[in-house]
Design a protein around this ligand. Sequence first.
Ligand code: SAM
Length: 254
Amino acid sequence: MSDMFFVGLGLSKRFLTNASIEALRNSDVIYADVYTSISCDLNIQTLREISGKTVFPATREILEMKEKEIYSQLDQGIKIAIATIGDPMIATTHVSLAAGAKRRGHRVIVVPGVSVHCYMISKSMLSSYKFGKSVTVTFPYLEKLDYTPYNVIKENRERGLHTLVYLDLKETGVMTADLAIGLLRRMEENKKEGVITEDDIVVIGERLGCQEERIKALKVREVSAEKFGNPPHIIIIPARNLYEMEIEGLKCLS
Ligand SMILES: C[S@@+](CC[C@H](N)C(=O)[O-])C[C@H]1O[C@@H](n2cnc3c(N)ncnc32)[C@H](O)[C@@H]1O
């Protein structure tokens, strides 16, 4: 029996916990998940320095193709860590690897990290009780829009709930907040269901956890004139029935 760690690294070096560092040092081989998120200062090199271990970059394809190799390493008693920016189980897809390791009789240890999910909710000062389903705005495929985010925001709005919106991350590009809002506006133009109006407020987080992080509440109509920094970006579409205290909280955002 061996150990399979799923280690959350937090959003940047400052948010790396002692528990995560300990898990990395207790592993023999580390696969760095480099496809589900990005960080301003956490990379393969930092992981090597922190852990002193062999670190392999792992794309989705590598992790899926190497599943058998990972299980065979575990069977030989090698301790494996999958290191993920943020939290290893929030808005990522590592559960099948965990379930496979468990089925083979290995110990599965999840070490949570500071996720962009909680970080953004905390910084927005919106009520955490009022968040509905989260969703991702993806790049159009062959010019075709994916309306899932529009529909999820609509359902959440109908229930008076906020929506946390992740942005697509591909090897070919990282989506920015202005591009995502532009896509949501196009969806509104096509569907005309009043889900995204020009006077709606959106909250945009940029490079959270980094020295130059920025979080701002603005109206949809103001987004195209706004200058955004480098990604990663994330968006909250707040419900329209804000509590008084939520309105005051949003005013605190610079
Ligand atoms: C699929 S989610 C993965 C979340 C990760 N597992 C976690 O717990 O933080 C990745 C998306 O979250 C957002 N994101 C991640 N880190 C961010 C950051 N530091 N600042 C702003 N947005 C971020 C971006 O939209 C990015 O494409």
